[in-house]
Design a protein around this ligand. Structure first.
Ligand code: ADP
Ligand code: MG
Length: 260
């Protein structure tokens, strides 16, 4: 579904992504792991149009999408989740979801004057959809809670929920488990698996929690120093000597992570 060919992203003289090539299969939940500083987030940001690559090529279903801005990728169904911006923290969880679909009727002045009925209908449909998403994520009880006041894990679910308000096809999740308790992490994992199986979403998941990766991801791609080191099942990755070396090279703390 996605190919990344010989991608480079340099910050000054520093090569954060240094000739990475990989393929994301349609319908997969692909894991992206690697020591801190490996270039995982930078690669995500280039693929999702947040950063321009220094060189290299990204395609989606054969079409060159290199350097396209996020809103164009959004229309193709390629989404990267973002933290709920602080200016939306005082809005309810439901309202945060209702904000997502672009081009709502309520946005144009013409509609404000002449299309009140249509706006009301669209808003009802949007509200119903938001409630359906909250229910899917098992957080319907938070519909009227302020987004800024729910727990870290619940915020992550809400971020995932935002991808469900549009016709997402491939979703990039960066450290969805960071600071999230085990129960909510399982709920997030369940939601990802269901979105994959029931709605055909393809996922690319960066995560340090190896239990989470093991439960969800096949294949797993390991990056280090801006390059792709290995790809395979998590078992194969863990046994790969280049991978072991890369984790060892960054010290015991990270070695523990790959073995966790
Ligand atoms: N905007 C930036 N300017 C300069 N260096 C950056 C920038 N973004 C990331 N880096 C550097 O690029 C390297 C890779 O970072 P990152 O992609 O965040 O790695 P990972 O997500 O694998 O931990 C790191 O050494 C980081 O400090
Ligand atoms: Mg990162």
């Amino acid at each position: 579904m996605i190919t990344v060919e010989n991608l480079h992203k340099h910050f000054g003289g520093f090569h954060a992504v240094d000739g990475a090539s990989l393929t994301i299969e349609k319908g997969s939940i692909t894991g992206l792991i690697g020591p801190n500083g490996a270039g995982k987030t930078t690669l995500f940001n280039v693929v999702a149009g947040v950063l321009q690559p220094t060189s290299g090529r990204v395609t989606m279903e054969g079409e060159d999408i290199t350097g396209l801005p996020p809103h164009e990728l959004f229309h193709k169904g390629l989404l990267r989740t973002f933290q709920i911006a602080h200016e939306f923290a005082s809005m309810s969880c439901r309202e945060n979801l209702m904000m997502v679909p672009p081009g709502q009727a309520g946005e144009s002045l013409w509609d404000t004057w002449f299309g009140r009925k249509r706006i009301a209908e669209e808003e009802r449909a949007l509200r119903a959809k938001a409630d359906e998403v909250l229910e899917f994520l098992t957080i319907e009880h938070l519909a009227d809670h302020k987004a800024g006041q729910v727990s870290g894990g619940q915020k992550k679910l809400l971020e995932l929920g935002r991808t469900m308000m549009v016709d997402a096809r491939i979703v990039f999740l960066d450290e969805v488990g960071a600071g999230v308790n085990r129960t909510l992490l399982n709920t997030i994992g369940d939601a990802i698996i269901r979105l994959n199986k029931e709605r055909g979403y393809t996922f690319v998941v960066i995560e340090h929690d190896m239990d989470f990766i093991e439960r969800l991801c096949d294949p797993v791609i390991c990056m280090a120093e801006g390059k792709v080191l290995a790809e395979g099942s998590l078992g194969e990755i863990k046994a790969n000597e280049h991978v072991i070396e890369a984790y060892l090279g960054t010290g015991l703390k990270n070695k523990d992570k790959v073995e966790a």
